[in-house]
Design a protein around this ligand. Sequence first.
Ligand code: NAD
Length: 344
Amino acid sequence: MRFLVTGGAGFIGSHYVRTLLDGGYPGYEGTHVTVLDNLTYAGNRANLPAEDPRMDFVRGDVCDFALLRELLPGHDAVLHFAAESHVDRSLESAADFIRTNVGGTQTLLDACLATGVERVVHVSTDEVYGSIETGSWTESWPLLPNSPYAASKAASDLVARSYWRTHGLDLSITRCSNNYGPYQHPEKVIPLFVTNLLEGLQVPLYGDGRNIREWLHVDDHCRAIQLVLTQGGAGEIYNVGGGNEQTNRALTDMLLRLCGADADMVRRVPDRKGHDLRYALDESKIREELGYAPRVPFDRGLADTVAWYRDNPGWWKAVKHPGGDTASYVTGTVLPVDGGYVNR
Ligand code: NAD
């Protein structure tokens, strides 16, 4: 077996690849992987083994049809993680989000058709549904994305579904809630807050902190993706929720506790534009049809994640302060740290 994993140098894709290579998916121990990733600011070669006889790393763009056409023959399945993934960046400029998330998905799927790839999983997000005050979304809920990031993912879901409906491509879509775990870029709320606290810096909390997100450990998300890959139906969509709702304020309090910091380390910053209040998924479909259930309890997963960042300063300092220069991260990227990277 050989899989092609787009965006495999990012947070979730690299977790999938490491787990697959480590034999974490029974029956797939001998699978070879091609990682296709163009190493944007979010992609990190250090997230993957330096060398593994079962992994090939290709630095390339998911929008490059000629490259995909050359690479894809011989692959049994494609797992499509590559995306621009940070909401706050999409508020500053949406162009890369439309290009990669929409155009890249269309290009990839055209190349899958052209080369006869037999199975595709398109990895998407709960944010395509918008915001919900009470209850939870099933897969048939209307798509009402509120940020350019969410809109680009919703568009990519519709493109993906159309390639199943029109061309008969054997493709499934997953829509997952907020992920956390090791190797997540420190622009996202949990690693940002943890690494700030480890550096003795305040953490920027958007607005009154009452926005609610549902959290899932990256290992549970990747196990769900593997289940969908191997047992999911063509043209089907599967919600993957954590069932663990937290306000940003409650999450912040947990992180303060785990890092041994006081409430005065929190600084309120103006709320994000168009900030979704609450995300909540109904995941009964994947539970009932594929037998999925998350395994990592939030308390333990969060404590382990904080411990990982504490134990791996070399990894996050190289990402957060490229060239060892604190200022270059704070002021040189799209948004200043103080702007508050609070949610993905
Ligand atoms: P990430 O930003 O950590 O990784 C994205 C990866 O894609 C990076 O390695 C980047 O270099 C690569 N990439 C970006 N543009 C590319 C291009 N044009 N060509 C090739 N590679 C490109 O993101 P993540 O958090 O790992 O998310 C992975 C997927 O899961 C995304 O599709 C995202 O929408 C989805 N998702 C994420 C979450 C979450 O909480 N992080 C939750 C649900 C769904």
